[in-house]
Design a binder for this molecule. Structure first.
Ligand SMILES: N[C@@H](CCC(=O)N[C@@H](CS)C(=O)NCC(=O)O)C(=O)O
Length: 212
């Protein structure tokens, strides 16, 4: 099984799948392809029909789009608890995972994931503020219901989907609620998170458009 990812410093979609696989101890070969913004990521079309990362290659199949990959893994490894148990909790996890995938455009655009950015406060628009308030509400509600440390107790695909937001809230200093602090502590305490962060710090590439 091979996972093709982008720069660890900037590729939020790659982090989602990579972290989930590491936390669930799914073995894979990592293939990192640095962003080539100047050429509009042309080489990504060599391995993916949509020209984006992450991409999972398994048993001759190419699986792309983050949520589709996470669903594929949940089916391939049914014993790993990639979705929570209980149909109500599972559908709640899928709702927020889809919300992440399709939403929060203002936050994603204004505040790119940047693992090694020194934390400093960014003045943000009302639209970004609205996204942040919604994320605070989701995390608060989920942690209250589950007791934590992750959104549904144990780490699931929903946590994979929200992982990059932990970086964004911290490095742009966008929120400091109890739930955000608690969830960020759990996420950044994962050995896999630390490994990704360390690797991002060693990367030589700087992508100007993602340096806010
Ligand atoms: N909807 C895609 C988004 C993936 C995506 O945008 N990946 C970025 C890197 S984090 C990328 O490959 N960008 C290249 C491009 O936009 O051409 C997913 O869910 O996987």
């Amino acid at each position: 099984m091979k996972l093709i990812i982008g720069n660890k410093n900037y590729s939020s979609w790659s982090l989602r799948v990579w972290l989930t696989m590491k936390v669930k101890a799914i073995e894979f070969e990592e293939d990192l392809r640095p962003f080539d913004v100047e050429n509009n990521y042309a080489d990504f079309f060599e391995f993916a029909p949509h020209g984006k990362v992450p991409v999972l290659q398994d048993k001759g199949e190419t699986v792309y789009e983050t949520l589709a990959i996470l669903e594929y893994l949940a089916e391939r490894f049914p014993g790993l608890g990639l979705w929570p148990t209980g149909s109500k909790r599972r559908s709640a996890a899928r709702c927020i995972a889809n919300e992440m995938h399709a939403g929060f455009a203002a936050l994603r655009q204004a505040c790119p994931m940047n693992m090694r950015r020194e934390p400093s406060r960014l003045e943000v628009s009302a639209a970004v503020g609205k996204d942040v308030r919604r994320i605070e509400a989701i995390w608060d509600e989920c942690l209250q219901a589950s007791g934590g440390p992750f959104l549904f107790g144990e780490f699931t695909n929903a946590d994979g989907m929200y992982a990059p937001v932990v970086n964004r809230l911290a490095v742009y200093q966008l929120s400091d609620t109890d739930a955000v602090r608690r969830y960020s502590r759990a996420m950044t305490g994962l050995p896999a998170w630390q490994a990704w962060l360390e690797a991002s710090r060693r990367e030589p590439w700087v992508v100007d458009i993602d340096e806010v």
